[in-house]
Design a protein around this ligand. Structure first.
Ligand SMILES: C[S@@+](CC[C@H](N)C(=O)[O-])C[C@H]1O[C@@H](n2cnc3c(N)ncnc32)[C@H](O)[C@@H]1O
Length: 279
């Protein structure tokens, strides 16, 4: 039974995956947020391109490039055959090409903003037990209201021995009007403590976090300017982002050599974990 008000769209690619009869937690967009319009195909292509192939002249290049690099390693080293994949909150689906060859991916999202989801639902997660070999949630698990329940649901829909890969920001602004989480590494690992092969990867350190926040602040100034001024100054801002990314990368290289003990400030974290085979 689906929660009242929930929308579920099952497309042809999801045939064989049926909703379960459990009441489920719902990720609620803010009441003040307007329903999001469907992106044009050009905007979708750009959303995909900017996440999958960020440019060094973009403000968030260092962060996204580290994320893509670390994600490629995580997805490229999943043990066992990967036939069925669930992408939770798939957005523009920028990472489909990084999935193991031959895998069938079901994209799920809360609305059809990107026009790419096979399943549009506010439920977490409307799938039968043991349906997938890989469940990923990239830059979105922080929207799950109850992360303990969220991790349990990832485990339920995974086949024994299956892998979960999630990434989530630590240094990033949040929306005051909705519930969002920020996880440190140990907090994230605690959610998966009874899984196998749990490992977290810091997607960059303080240099990347610095470049991301400095670039983001400059980007806010850029976007606040009249459109004509933005066009006239676009090249200057691109050069500024290039400089910030270069400084961030240099700072990162120096920072790695400094004795910092256990203290860290990654912009982003990736966690991979396996559902135990024996259960
Ligand atoms: C930063 S995007 C990441 C999309 C995609 N996984 C990627 O890596 O490009 C966040 C995703 O979370 C989804 N989402 C889930 N719950 C949400 C909420 N409460 N508010 C806004 N977005 C939400 C959005 O629809 C979007 O697909």
């Amino acid at each position: 039974m689906l929660v009242a008000g929930a929308t579920v769209v099952f497309c042809a690619r999801t045939i064989g995956l049926t909703p379960v009869d459990e009441p489920l937690l719902i990720a609620q967009p803010s009441d003040t947020q307007q329903p999001r319009e469907r992106l044009s195909s050009e905007a979708l292509d750009e959303a995909r391109r900017s996440r999958r192939h960020p440019r060094v002249t973009e403000f968030d290049y260092l962060h996204l490039q580290r994320l893509v690099d670390d994600l490629a390693v995580a997805l490229g080293t999943i043990p066992g055959p990967v036939r069925d994949v669930l992408d939770v909150y798939c957005g523009a689906r920028p990472y489909d090409d990084l999935l193991p060859a031959g895998a069938r991916c079901v994209g799920m999202d809360i609305d059809d903003h990107y026009g790419t989801a096979d399943v549009v639902t506010e439920e977490f997660l409307p799938f039968e037990d043991r349906s997938f070999d890989l469940v990923m949630s990239i830059e979105a698990f922080y929207y799950v209201p109850n992360p303990v329940h969220g991790a349990a649901e990832l485990r339920r829909v995974l086949r024994p021995g299956g892998t979960a890969v999630i990434t989530t920001p630590l240094v990033w602004e949040y929306d005051r009007t909705i519930l969002e989480h920020r996880f440190t590494g140990p907090e994230l690992e605690a959610l998966f403590e009874d899984w196998d092969d749990v490992r977290t990867v810091e997607n960059g350190g303080r240099g990347v976090a610095w470049a991301l926040m400095t670039g983001h602040m400059l980007r806010s100034f850029q976007l606040a300017m009249p459109w004509k001024v933005q066009r006239l100054t676009a090249m200057l801002f691109a050069l500024a982002y290039l400089g910030i990314n270069a400084a961030g990368a240099a700072g990162e290289a120096v920072d790695r050599r400094l004795p910092r003990g256990n203290m860290t400030l990654p912009a982003n974290l990736l966690l991979a974990a396996r559902r135990p085979v024996e259960e």
